[in-house]
Design a binder for this molecule. Structure first.
Ligand SMILES: *Cc1c(COP(=O)(O)O)cnc(C)c1O
Length: 372
């Protein structure tokens, strides 16, 4: 990567986001769902990667249906993509209907109350789009069994909703053998047979790899677009999107054994060489990585030592050649040697959390084929 130029000189760490890879990932998932439609989940600022950069790239790739969690995320996305279908997953919070109308947002309807409020407005117009969310095994959002039964018995409640959709969300899609997947599939199938007027939306990223029985009219992948492996134990079929490099701020020779970092949690042995790098937990480099992280210098693995501080981490770089043991040298923290899923595993978490924690202090570089 290029690290010259004034912005690069003052930066302590570099986050590179490959927009072409995001587009390629969407096209790959679209290929899995065709002829059905592949949407894109861009909640939480496109999983931390910057919705103002990511959404136009997905639109240009052919994506027309987008999902966000919060209403304000929908409002922001409407400014970026005036023509897109935008669905707000958190539902129709009481009092917010005028905001949905003003910004042409589609609510997910998570209860009979939300359905009745939105359908009433729809009947006063020429119909309003809405996605009915049925809970089939997560106990999180959506109509429970009793509410779904009432809806099936009284389908007139849907009058005014046009087009009307039916969605559910998988709890265990990343565990292909988990029995909940099949139970949710059966429950969703019975609902869609009972409400045949509805378009359907079922699979998230991992759901798209569970088999044809999990397809629907509109799929809702998120994390796989951004490079996280949706296939659990198998080789990651997605292209990597994110690279993170931290800059060495200071190099220290250890002449006699010395404690390192907060809590003196590590003692550096005599003869070791330490490098302090400008990345910390305030940048989303999780403190849980203390004692567990590694970095890479020119492809060589170097262990992080001591605890993660707010602004810095310390690596033992004794083993790397002298020419790399210098201020300004970059250490790869996420990249070809350590993909998102690998660092997530070391932190005891999932790629989702690494992505959505990526800090605001990084020098962000958005890469496309036109701008290497
Ligand atoms: C976040 C979310 C998704 C996307 O899930 P991924 O696992 O990131 O693909 C889809 N549907 C709902 C309801 C969600 O909350």
């Amino acid at each position: 990567m290029s690290t010259s130029g004034p912005a690069n000189d003052i930066a302590g760490a570099f986050l590179t986001i490959d927009l072409d890879a995001i587009a390629a990932n969407w096209r790959q998932l679209q290929g899995r769902t065709a002829p059905a439609e592949c949407g894109a989940v861009v909640k939480a600022n496109a999983y931390g990667l910057g919705i103002e950069h990511v959404a136009p790239v997905l639109w240009d790739a052919g994506c027309r249906t987008f999902f966000v969690a919060h209403i304000h995320e929908g409002i922001q996305l409407r400014e970026i993509l005036p023509e897109a279908g935008i669905t707000v997953l958190n539902g129709l919070i009481p009092g917010t209907a005028p905001v949905f109308l003003e910004h042409k947002l589609t609510p997910t309807l998570n209860s009979l109350d939300e359905i009745s409020n939105w359908a009433r407005l729809g009947r006063m117009r020429s119909g309003l789009a809405g996605w009915i969310h049925v809970d089939t095994g997560m106990s999180r959002l959506g109509l429970d069994e009793h509410e779904a039964k009432t809806l099936i018995a009284e389908p007139d409640r849907l009058t005014g909703l046009s087009p009307v959709g039916l969605m559910t969300h998988l709890a265990c899609a990343d565990m292909p053998d988990h029995p909940t997947n099949e139970l949710q599939r059966q429950a969703f199938n019975s609902y869609r047979q009972a409400l045949p007027m509805c378009r359907t939306s079922f699979a998230n990223s991992s759901g798209l790899f569970l088999g044809n029985e999990f397809t629907s009219d509109v799929s809702r992948p998120g994390v796989a677009l951004y490079g996280v492996n949706p296939t659990a134990e198998k080789t990651n079929p997605m292209r990597q999107v994110v690279e993170l490099h931290g800059k060495i701020l200071q190099v220290r020779q250890i002449d006699t054994p010395r404690p390192v970092g907060y809590g003196s949690a590590f003692e550096a042995p005599e003869g070791s060489v330490l490098a302090t790098v400008a990345v910390g937990y305030a940048d989303g480099f999780l403190r849980a990585l203390s004692g567990a992280a590694v970095g890479f210098i020119d492809g060589m693995e170097v262990p992080m030592v001591g605890r993660v501080s707010m602004d810095t981490i310390i690596f033992d770089i004794t083993a790397v050649p002298e020419r790399h043991r210098k201020v300004g040298q970059l250490i790869e923290l996420i990249g070809p040697n350590q993909p998102l899923d690998a660092i997530a595993g070391r932190a005891g978490t999932i790629g989702y959390e690494i992505l959505t924690s990526l800090g605001e202090r990084y020098h962000r570089h958005y890469r496309t084929s036109d701008s290497q």
